[in-house]
Design a protein around this ligand. Structure first.
Ligand SMILES: CC(C)(COP(=O)(O)OP(=O)(O)OC[C@H]1O[C@@H](n2cnc3c(N)ncnc32)[C@H](O)[C@@H]1OP(=O)(O)O)[C@@H](O)C(=O)NCCC(=O)NCCS
Length: 150
């Protein structure tokens, strides 16, 4: 199932993002950040109660939010956890009244499956780049911006 994250899940999320962060697949996040933004997160939990993935929906601007920090354990990929995590975040965005969701990603093909299309990063409001200052690649971002209009 996919459920809202709890504070007890933070260490799992931290380790998961750190692992992929080391490989340069996404931006790892410090514990302090994860506790502060815990309400952004959902986690995927299997039938045995084991956590297998996580994803965050971050509210950015008028009618714009971001799917970020999406990751599924390597050994549990291909079981549709990623799909369910993204769909859950998109549903929550709609519930909150948002119609535009974007992702900055190295796997645009994955997001394209759900109707996201590539857009010029320059079209996204400046505010979204605030977190990028912490990225090792800043200011030479090579992620691809994908946008879904609901
Ligand atoms: C990207 C990621 C979250 C996908 O999670 P997953 O649980 O393996 O994906 P799913 O099983 O839900 O896949 C759903 C569909 O997308 C496809 N898919 C999965 N990863 C894909 C990728 N990297 N590129 C294109 N398609 C992909 C699957 O083949 C499946 O297709 P199908 O419907 O034809 O069977 C996972 O590979 C991951 O954690 N990667 C490392 C971290 C990362 O890159 N995160 C994204 C940061 S924005």
């Amino acid at each position: 199932m996919i459920r809202k994250a709890r504070q007890q899940d933070v260490r799992f999320i931290h380790g998961l993002l750190a692992k992929y962060g080391e490989q340069g697949e996404l931006l790892a996040r410090p514990l302090t950040d994860l506790y502060e933004f815990l309400r952004d997160f959902v986690v995927a939990e299997d039938d045995g109660g084991r956590l297998v993935g996580a994803c965050a929906l971050h509210l950015c601007w008028e009618d714009l939010c971001e799917v970020r920090s999406l990751a599924v354990l390597p050994q549990r990929q291909g079981e549709r956890w990623g799909q369910r995590l993204v769909e859950t975040c998109c549903s929550e965005a709609v519930t909150l009244g948002f119609n535009k969701i974007f992702a900055l990603t190295y796997v645009p093909e994955f997001f394209a499956r759900f109707g996201f299309t590539e857009v010029d990063k320059k079209l996204l409001p400046n505010k979204i780049w605030a977190d990028c200052i912490n990225c090792v690649k800043f200011p030479d971002c090579d992620e691809i911006a994908m946008l879904l209009e609901l």
